[in-house]
Design a binder for this molecule. Structure first.
Ligand code: SAH
Ligand code: ZN
Ligand code: ZN
Ligand code: ZN
Ligand code: ZN
Length: 502
């Protein structure tokens, strides 16, 4: 059982954001998060701390009851584990190694596939039994292709933008006049900014994947956990962010975040708000209502959850396309069932941009099937027809939705109104079970069962997210057993909201 956004609702677990002055115990990923289980009567259960970054307990097994006394021996064991998980080089070492590496003749430029590090000549013999590859100057500038994707670990599964989406994002930012891009979990965007040599555009990558430290200077990369706003490099690293967020001579900053899709929305939103607060403080403009411009990339079905946490964001229709790392090893996705080219010839993707930038300023490409809706004052998918009754372009998934007068809103084309449920649903929905039924175990939607979940499909076929893991095989020591699954009032309400919004 993993603590993912979807499962949280199903199991009635909530994150309690850290209160000021209260320190959470630490795991190798920084301060842990406090969780609370709420039972179906809405009663609050015992609180516990668990890792902020790893949703799979296999990756980080940290667990501690809030009121638990931890023995000295366990503390020591934890310390030892933290030390053992420290990267093999410090960031400073990485930087000087990079300088040395870059000046090597081609014949001596080697990368160890097994260790995922650039090798200096003196180290070649120690890695002679490992798989090593030669590194060209071009490859050195494209670490996202050189490094192998972290997808076995669901905690930081890496799904890179296709070139088309990355260029679209960057062109949009350039067009809007931004001069500094804070890349939170977007290594490919950072890479592209440097590749395209868009002087004077600067970028700073914040990512938990320390392998990237090998390719960037200390003011271009911070080892960072976006679920608890933790800087592994401490104050020095924080100062790098502060310096970056300081806007001199109209160097406007924008932040682009692409968190792992199973990630918990609330702690992410909290970290992004903290970044915005820092930006505000450094800006000194006195207008505390203005937030840092942000683009948060996440699947559309999390819209209600994201808006609940950050109401200033709007979801755009743009479908961001992602691919697995190493495009040269990619098979063509054209025959892929999920990637059927629709009428627009564009591949369907559930991934959207959530932003506080004025939607009409984000011009979506006409050749990819987007148009401008003058009523909504934003670019929409061409199939997203404006509904005069709802007074908006209602579609969330790129298909043409239809208005239901009984529900008083637009619904998915596959739905029809069910008089016994009093709402629109799929024709074969579990009738009148809306409240007590299971809905989707994976994403929390009531509209489908887990088997039919688009998120699960996406994970399985396209690996856009962590691999779907069957629930129930391994019961966690602290989460309800799947058999005993009961949803709390809170969880039910959240589910209903999610279902209604989709
Ligand atoms: N589409 C992006 C990559 C997104 S994959 C691009 O093309 O650039 C998610 C990214 O978030 C990865 O780079 C991963 O290393 C990073 N990540 C995962 N968990 C994280 C965490 N807890 N804190 C910071 N970064 C994290
Ligand atoms: Zn419209
Ligand atoms: Zn309508
Ligand atoms: Zn029904
Ligand atoms: Zn689902």
């Amino acid at each position: 059982m993993e603590i993912s956004e979807a499962n949280m609702d199903s199991f009635g677990i909530e994150v309690i954001l850290p209160e000021e002055g209260k320190t959470a115990p630490r795991c190798p990923h920084g301060p842990t998060l406090l969780f609370e289980k709420v039972d179906n009567g809405g009663n609050k259960g015992r609180r516990f701390y668990a890792c902020s970054a790893c949703r799979d307990r296999k990756d980080c097994g940290f667990f501690q009851w809030e009121d638990e006394k931890v023995s000295k021996a366990r503390m020591l064991a934890r310390e030892a584990e933290m030390l053992s998980k420290r990267p093999r080089f410090t960031q400073q070492e990485c930087c000087s190694r990079f300088v040395q590496f870059a000046s090597l003749p081609f014949i001596e430029k080697k990368f160890c596939e097994d260790c995922q590090i650039l090798l200096l000549p003196a180290e070649h013999s120690a890695h002679s039994a490992h798989r090593t590859t030669a590194v060209t100057a071009a490859q050195l500038r494209r670490p996202s292709i050189l490094l192998c994707p972290l997808d076995n670990k669901k905690s930081n599964a890496q799904y890179l933008f296709t070139d088309r989406s990355a260029h679209f994002l960057l062109d949009t930012l350039v067009g809007l006049g931004y001069k500094k891009v804070l890349c939170v979990g977007t290594p490919r965007l950072q890479e592209l900014i440097k590749l395209r040599n868009l002087e004077p555009m600067k970028s700073l990558l914040l990512d938990i994947d320390f392998r990237y430290a090998q390719f960037y200077s200390q003011d271009e990369f911070c080892h960072y956990n976006m679920f608890n706003h933790h800087f592994f490099g401490g104050e020095a690293s924080r100062a790098v962010l502060d310096a970056f967020l300081t806007e001199a001579d109209g160097e406007q900053v924008v932040m682009v975040a692409d968190p792992p899709f199973g990630g918990l929305v609330k702690p992410l939103a909290n970290s992004f708000s903290l970044i915005s607060q820092t930006w505000k403080k450094l800006r000194n403009s006195g207008d505390s209502n203005i937030d840092i411009p942000i683009i948060w990339i996440f699947p559309y079905f999390f819209e209600p959850r994201i808006l609940e946490c950050l109401p200033a964001l709007t979801m755009l229709d743009y479908q961001a396309a992602l691919q697995k790392q190493r495009p040269q090893l990619q098979v063509d996705y054209d025959n892929h069932p999920l990637y059927k080219h629709g009428k627009t010839g564009r591949r369907q993707s559930p991934v959207r941009l959530f932003t506080n930038i004025l939607p009409k300023q984000v011009v979506l490409p006409r050749e990819e099937g987007y148009r401008f809706c003058s009523m909504c004052q934003r670019y929409v998918c061409s199939l997203n027809k404006h509904c005069t009754k709802c007074n908006l372009c209602p579609s969330k998934d790129g298909r043409e939705w239809k208005h239901c007068s009984a529900c008083g809103k637009c619904v998915k084309p596959s739905w029809s109104h069910c008089t016994s449920c009093g709402r629109c649903a799929l024709p074969d929905h579990p009738c009148r079970q809306g409240d007590g039924g299971n809905g989707c175990f994976s994403c929390g939607s009531l509209e489908h069962q887990r088997k039919a979940c688009p998120l699960r499909d996406m994970r399985r076929k396209n690996s856009l997210g962590p691999k779907a893991k069957s629930l129930g095989k391994k019961a966690s020591p602290y989460l309800a057993k799947p058999g005993a699954k009961k949803k709390s009032g809170v969880a039910n309400r959240a589910k209903k909201r999610a279902a209604n919004a989709l």
